[in-house]
Write a protein that binds this ligand. Sequence first.
Ligand code: HEM
Ligand SMILES: *[C@@H]1O[C@H](CO)[C@@H](O)[C@H](O)[C@H]1NC(C)=O
Ligand SMILES: *[C@@H]1O[C@H](CO)[C@@H](O)[C@H](O)[C@H]1NC(C)=O
Ligand SMILES: *[C@@H]1O[C@H](CO)[C@@H](O)[C@H](O)[C@H]1NC(C)=O
Ligand SMILES: *[C@@H]1O[C@H](CO)[C@@H](O)[C@H](O)[C@H]1NC(C)=O
Ligand SMILES: *[C@@H]1O[C@H](CO)[C@@H](O)[C@H](O)[C@H]1NC(C)=O
Ligand SMILES: *[C@@H]1O[C@H](CO)[C@@H](O)[C@H](O)[C@H]1NC(C)=O
Ligand SMILES: *[C@@H]1O[C@H](CO)[C@@H](O)[C@H](O)[C@H]1NC(C)=O
Ligand SMILES: *[C@@H]1O[C@H](CO)[C@@H](O)[C@H](O)[C@H]1NC(C)=O
Ligand SMILES: *[C@@H]1O[C@H](CO)[C@@H](O)[C@H](O)[C@H]1NC(C)=O
Ligand SMILES: *[C@@H]1O[C@H](CO)[C@@H](O)[C@H](O)[C@H]1NC(C)=O
Ligand SMILES: CC(=O)N[C@H]1CO[C@H](CO)[C@@H](O)[C@@H]1O
Length: 535
Amino acid sequence: MLQSLGALYVIITSGLTGLAHGLSTFQWPNPQLAYADKMLYESTLGLLAQGCPPRDNSTVPAQWLRIAYHDMSTHDVDDGTGGLDASIQFELDRPQNIGQGMVDSLDDFRNFVAGAPFLGTADTIALGAIFALAGCGGPVIPFSAGRVDATEAGPETVPEPQQDLASHTEAFRRQGFTPTEMIGLVACGHTLGGVRQVDFPLVVTDTEDFLQTFDTTTNFDNAVVSEYLQNTTQNILVVGPNVTTRSDFRIFSSDGNVTMQSFLSSDTFNETCGNLIERMINTVPNGVTLTQPISEPFDYVVSEPLFSYRNGTMSMATTLRIVNPSDNPSRTVTMLWADRQGSSCSSTGCTSPSTGFVQVFLGLIGDIQGLTADRYAFNATINATTSISKFWFEINENDGSDPVIVDNGGSSFAIGQDSVFIDNSRSEFVIFSSSLINYQKVVMAVRGDASSSVSITTFDPHTNTSTPPYLPTIITTNLQVDNSNPAEGEFTFFTANVSSTVTFLNISGNIGGVSYTQENFDMTVVDFPFVSISQ
Ligand code: HEM
Ligand SMILES: *[C@@H]1O[C@H](CO)[C@@H](O)[C@H](O)[C@H]1NC(C)=O
Ligand SMILES: *[C@@H]1O[C@H](CO)[C@@H](O)[C@H](O)[C@H]1NC(C)=O
Ligand SMILES: *[C@@H]1O[C@H](CO)[C@@H](O)[C@H](O)[C@H]1NC(C)=O
Ligand SMILES: *[C@@H]1O[C@H](CO)[C@@H](O)[C@H](O)[C@H]1NC(C)=O
Ligand SMILES: *[C@@H]1O[C@H](CO)[C@@H](O)[C@H](O)[C@H]1NC(C)=O
Ligand SMILES: *[C@@H]1O[C@H](CO)[C@@H](O)[C@H](O)[C@H]1NC(C)=O
Ligand SMILES: *[C@@H]1O[C@H](CO)[C@@H](O)[C@H](O)[C@H]1NC(C)=O
Ligand SMILES: *[C@@H]1O[C@H](CO)[C@@H](O)[C@H](O)[C@H]1NC(C)=O
Ligand SMILES: *[C@@H]1O[C@H](CO)[C@@H](O)[C@H](O)[C@H]1NC(C)=O
Ligand SMILES: *[C@@H]1O[C@H](CO)[C@@H](O)[C@H](O)[C@H]1NC(C)=O
Ligand SMILES: CC(=O)N[C@H]1CO[C@H](CO)[C@@H](O)[C@@H]1O
């Protein structure tokens, strides 16, 4: 009785600690949420928007916000089609999508779609809008992942400046926004960047004027509103010489300036823009389900367990990220695990101390939110016969307080199977000193003989084309027996070469008629030894 009360108490303790941090966790494994968190808080994409930096006479964030709106513009509330789906990649030849910013933005995103398949181009366009606002001092919008990349163009429905108010009102209705929300969205969008003469020569008629900015400030603020209401605006879509293309004037004044007046409050502008642009990036075709909104980094994120087998011993390396740890040099973090069969471990589990920790930079958004994190590393030595069925962690501040048990909400972190796994220390990252393309030699440990079979399906977000659309490369490969890693103990080693930019792979093995699988093995955290070849 006391025993089970003790266990219950420990679970409540970890729950309370989570509350004290005000941070949430998720049930592991969840590669989609793990990657959404990683791209929002640990990718360097956001840094490209930090400080609202200039590009192409405009700014990077202005370009990212415009492409997000144009991509979303294909949405039709009546039949539930279109939305933020990266169909923009197929729509760049349309006059409505003119501008170097479109191509440059897709180029930025292409290099960072590293989390795919859990984050494709559409999710990255959404992230771009979030970083755009944050980078220019605007509101911080929660991120939901799960958009599906379109494989073809959508309808030609981006509003254009020469269209009349009725057309614009109808266009926004179709996209899911009321006339009042239309005023908001346009004002929120047109606080960044401006109109380029080369793109819209009939709007910006002065050929000396490369870019006519919508307001006098670079940042995400309500200057576009106050300057409009004060009659001092330079917004060419309000006061341009060509009355036909004064679309912002028609939209802003469409309710007698009531909405624009309300935006004179910077808090109202900030809050309204945050809500509207969040809705804008979350506008997706029917049938697409987005994840829960992420508005803070998840606590206790565990990375892919990396196994290796040599000389009768298995090792398992992993990491645990702890958000906002107190500054306590006495803290110890321990990995514990249970046997798969037999009993090498005591009833309280085998233990392995952390081998150290590194500080994690939580990017543009974490910086704004004032959050920090540490990532603790582990490399446990495991008896290969009794093996491992599940693991968990204990965080002990060693200050008299109860240790926190991190056990995946009570179920621990389960190892699905230990019969077919990538051997992290036998695999290699092969680097050529010449211009030959680097690759990864994947070595698979198979608990069986050479009659076993094993295949992998690799996901590489990189495409072999140099122009949009950028589609991922998915390849299935059968592994061969690896002559350079002779069979040892119960294991036979198989191998295949894969691209150096593979992010995820699925494993499928067959040993004596029994199937073993592992889905979504995270290749971005492997630690394969480097092998240099000079040729
Ligand atoms: C009736 C609706 C709209 C019209 C007619 C319109 C029109 C335009 C035009 C003509 C440009 C110049 C683009 C270039 O020079 O390449 C522009 C820029 C821009 N638009 Fe809109 N827009 C509309 C709505 C929106 C909305 C809803 C947003 C986002 C919420 C948005 C965000 C932007 C941004 C950020 C830029 C600056 C891009 C840059 O400087 O690179 N627009 N818009
Ligand atoms: C807008 O909100 C963000 C946080 O969401 C804040 O950092 C910024 O200062 C706010 N700006 C204004 C003008 O209130
Ligand atoms: C701004 O200009 C318009 C048109 O010229 C005029 O009707 C309006 O009263 C002016 N508003 C202010 C605040 O000067
Ligand atoms: C004004 O813009 C419209 C629409 O782009 C165009 O058809 C018209 O020729 C322009 N007028 C002038 C004087 O440039
Ligand atoms: C709205 O404000 C603009 C800019 O001050 C002004 O030109 C316009 O006349 C106003 N419209 C209405 C209906 O008040
Ligand atoms: C494996 O064990 C043998 C004998 O116990 C030892 O000589 C060898 O160095 C070990 N190899 C590794 C990689 O630990
Ligand atoms: C592994 O565990 C088995 C079963 O408990 C035991 O017989 C064996 O000695 C252990 N191996 C090592 C290297 O400790
Ligand atoms: C873990 O330890 C094993 C055995 O010492 C080693 O081969 C492997 O490379 C280590 N893994 C990591 C990720 O450090
Ligand atoms: C791996 O398997 C999962 C589940 O079946 C699937 O959603 C995913 O697309 C697969 N990944 C690859 C690279 O085939
Ligand atoms: C790109 O890769 C696909 C297979 O992933 C192949 O079918 C296609 O021919 C390749 N294209 C080029 C230009 O190499
Ligand atoms: C991997 O690439 C190397 C170098 O090109 C080659 O020698 C080796 O046979 C390849 N392995 C497999 C399994 O294809
Ligand atoms: C600062 C900047 O990017 N200026 C460029 C604006 O566009 C003109 C014409 O394309 C360029 O010549 C400038 O260098």
